[in-house]
Write a protein of this length. Structure first.
Length: 264
DNA sequence: GGAGTTGTTTAGGA
DNA sequence: TTCCTAAACAACTC
């Protein structure tokens, strides 16, 4: 599920563990989720460590402890949640941080997620020099225009999915942004007018902000006036003009758009 | 049983 | 060299 707003929602699920010590760590280190982490180091770093803070950047999460940092990427099906310590472990709970009376759980059936570890004080290398997040002031019009011209032959849909340019945007947000911008998903990135690139930039910021407001808060759905709730319905219609929505694979992903509102 | 899934990485072609 | 595409990863649901 997770795109930037869902990631923000899941980040907060570990908030009950803030300022609490980790008494033990349960994990299956041989899973690909933990690739690159030396055996035993999760426990060595996190056991006895206190959870200090957390933040998201695009689809990435960082949890800071007094002895190191834990990075979490949810992949396609990852989730974070907290539950009572005596709870039966969920089937795909691959990492559990035990605290007094509480477990902080990472589960991921499809194993596309990724856990990273950094030992010691300060933020890890992989948390520095990240591309501007669409929520931040640094996500400027020139940043978007630069991406459009650097990847001029890439379809807009595929460009929006590139995390080095649009961190946090995933499949449904990309479709939503293009639909609200009235731009065809297959249009080449290098062909936008000045006005169109400005629209794309503003809409990216707006959709990100609104998604955080509803989904990031309590996982409720965006309004029916968005493409969001219509895009997977069989025979779904455009909530703006009533025309039946198109669906095809663009940029390697299933894409939904309105042929009337987003002419080629 | 087959098709499809809101993500990322990698190999290889252009 | 750089850009772009398709496949691989893997488990669940419809």
């Amino acid at each position: 599920m997770p795109e930037l707003a869902e990631v923000e929602y899941y980040r907060k699920q570990w908030d009950p563990g803030l300022n609490q010590k980790v008494s033990g760590v349960t994990c299956r280190e041989n899973l690909r989720i933990f690739r690159g982490i030396p055996p035993g180091s999760l426990t060595a770093t996190l056991q006895g460590a206190r959870l200090l803070s957390s933040e998201t950047h695009g689809k990435q999460m960082l949890f800071r402890f007094d002895k190191g940092c834990l990075g979490v990427h949810l992949g396609m099906t990852g989730e974070l949640f907290a539950e009572k310590a005596d709870h039966a472990p969920a089937k795909h709970a691959h990492l559990i941080l035990h605290q007094k009376g509480r477990d902080l759980v990472f589960s991921d059936p499809r194993l596309f997620g990724r856990i990273r570890l950094h030992s010691g004080k300060g933020d890890p290398e992989w948390w520095k020099d990240l591309p501007p997040d669409p929520r931040s002031k640094d996500f400027t019009l020139p940043i978007v225009q630069q991406a459009l011209s650097r990847r001029k032959n890439t379809p807009l849909k595929a460009l929006l999915l590139q995390q080095e340019h649009f961190p946090g945007i995933g499949n449904w947000m990309a479709d939503e942004i293009l639909w609200q911008s009235r731009l065809h998903p297959a249009q080449k990135s290098g062909t936008l007018t000045e006005d169109e690139s400005r629209t794309l930039w503003k809409t990216t910021r707006e959709v990100s902000k609104q998604a955080l407001r509803v989904i990031g808060k309590d996982f409720s759905d965006p309004p029916d006036s968005w493409l969001f709730s219509h895009r997977w319905k069989k025979g779904g219609i455009c909530p703006r003009c009533g025309v039946e929505l198109e669906r095809a694979e663009i940029g390697g992903r299933t894409t939904c758009w309105c042929a009337h509102c987003q002419p080629k």
